[in-house]
Design a protein around this ligand. Structure first.
Ligand code: ATP
Ligand code: MG
Length: 342
C-alpha cells in the first residue's frame, strides 16, 4: 500500500539530507526538510562504530524533521554499476533475465554472486524485434551496509534507488515532452552524469572529482585549513575578478576536468543516439552552487545550462520559498527519493 508520507534520505559523504513529502493529494506537498554534516568517515567505513555514528546523525535529523519511519534511500552512483542494454532482440521475461545476467558479466567487475541485479524494461517490441532495459547492479555488501545503518534506528526502507534515478525523478519527472537533458550531479566526492530522454536514463557515468577536491586545492595553495578553504570556495569560486583571480586559477583546472568529462558524455551519447540531441544541461548537487559555474559550463560546452530546482514539482508554502531556493541543488536526490510514493 502506498504511504501517505515518505522521507527521502540522501546519505552523502559531506552531508546527510532528508526531505519529507506528503502524498495525500495528487501533487506531493513539502512537509519538512533539513540536513546535517556526515560524521566522518561515514559510509566509506566498514567499522560498526563509524556506521553507528551515521545512524545517530540520521536519527537526530529525523527527529528534528518529525519524519515518518517509511524511508527511501539512495545508493551512491560511484558504488553501483548501471547500463542501458539496447541491442537485444524481442525476449520473454525468462529469456531477458538470463540475457541480463550474461551482459552483467561484461560491465560488473564483481563475481555474479556478490551483486543484486535490478532492471527496468524501457522498450519491448515484437514488431521491431527489440528489447531495451536499464540494468542496475548493486554490490550485496553495499546494500547490506545501508540496510544495517537504517535498521539500527528502526527505519523502514520502502525502496533503495540509485542517486541518478532519484535526481531524474526530481528534475525531469516522467514528462515525455521534456527536452533531452544531461544531469550533472556535483557532490563532494564524485560528480555523476545522466542523460535523460523522455523521462528515461539512457547513459550514466561517475568520476571521482568533486567538491572536496576543489576545497583541498585551495587549502594546499593558500596553506589554509579545509574549513577556511571551503569558505573561500563558496565566496569566490570561479569569479575571475576576485582576489586577483587567484582562486579561479586554482579551481579552473579541476572544474575544467569536470566540464571536459561532461563534453565526453555528450559525445558518447550523440554517437550512440545520433537522432537524439542533448538540448540542455542541469547542474545539481552542492557543488552546483559554485559562483561562476553556470557561465563556465556554458562557455565551454556551448549548450543551455541551468541550475537545478528540485522543488519545482512540489506544493509548498509561499513563506518558505526563499529558504528553499537558497540551497535547492543540495536537496535534489532527497526530493527525488521522497517523490517515490510506493
Ligand atoms: N555555495 C557553494 N559553492 C561551492 N561549493 C559548494 C557550495 N555549497 C556546497 N558546496 C560543496 O558541495 C559539496 C557538498 O555537496 P553535496 O551535499 O551534494 O555532497 P554529498 O552528497 O555529501 O557528497 P557525495 O554525493 O559526493 O557523497 C561540498 O564539497 C561543498 O563544498
Ligand atoms: Mg551526494
Amino acid at each position: 500500500m502506498a504511504a501517505d508520507y515518505v522521507t527521502g534520505i540522501d546519505i552523502g559523504s559531506f552531508s546527510i539530507k532528508a526531505v519529507v513529502l506528503s502524498h495525500k493529494a495528487k501533487t506531493p506537498r513539502l512537509v519538512s526538510f533539513g540536513s546535517t554534516p556526515t560524521p566522518q568517515p561515514g559510509m566509506n567505513s566498514e567499522f560498526d562504530l563509524d556506521l553507528d555514528a551515521v545512524s545517530k546523525s540520521i536519527k537526530s535529523l529525523m527527529e528534528a524533521l518529525k519524519a515518518p519511519q517509511e524511508v527511501v534511500v539512495a545508493l551512491p552512483e560511484s558504488r553501483i554499476f548501471t547500463r542501458v542494454i539496447g541491442d537485444l532482440p524481442y525476449l520473454s521475461d525468462d529469456e531477458l533475465a538470463s540475457a541480463i545476467k550474461y551482459s552483467a558479466e561484461e560491465f560488473v567487475p564483481l563475481p555474479a554472486d556478490q551483486v543484486n541485479l535490478y532492471w527496468q524494461v524501457m522498450d519491448r517490441s515484437k514488431q521491431r524485434n527489440n528489447t531495451t532495459v536499464f540494468v542496475v547492479a548493486s554490490p550485496k555488501n553495499t546494500v547490506a551496509k545501508y540496510l544495517k545503518v537504517l535498521s539500527k534506528i528502526q527505519l523502514k526502507p520502502m525502496a533503495m534507488e540509485t542517486e541518478l534515478i532519484a535526481a531524474t525523478r526530481a528534475l525531469v519527472g516522467g514528462n515525455p515532452y521534456a527536452p533531452t537533458t544531461m544531469i550533472v550531479q556535483l557532490g563532494a566526492s564524485s560528480t555523476d552524469f545522466a542523460v535523460v530522454s523522455k523521462g528515461m536514463i539512457l547513459l550514466t557515468r561517475s568520476i571521482s572529482t568533486g567538491g572536496i577536491a576543489l576545497t583541498r586545492a585551495i587549502a594546499q595553495y593558500l596553506n589554509f585549513e579545509m574549513m577556511q578553504a571551503e569558505e573561500y570556495k563558496k565566496v569566490y569560486g570561479l569569479l575571475q575578478d576576485q582576489l586577483g583571480g587567484k582562486i579561479y586559477q586554482v579551481l579552473e583546472p579541476l572544474v575544467d576536468l569536470i566540464v571536459t568529462e561532461s563534453g565526453r558524455v555528450v559525445q558518447a551519447f550523440e554517437n550512440k543516439f545520433p537522432q537524439n540531441q542533448i538540448k540542455r544541461v542541469v547542474l545539481t548537487g552542492g557543488g552546483a552552487k559554485l559562483p561562476g559555474l553556470v557561465i563556465f559550463f556554458a562557455n565551454k560546452l556551448g549548450l543551455e545550462i541551468q541550475e537545478a530546482d528540485p522543488w519545482y514539482f512540489i506544493e509548498k508554502d509561499a513563506s518558505i520559498q526563499a529558504k528553499l531556493l537558497e540551497n535547492a541543488t543540495h536537496y535534489t536526490i532527497a526530493v527525488g527519493l521522497a517523490l517515490r510514493s510506493e
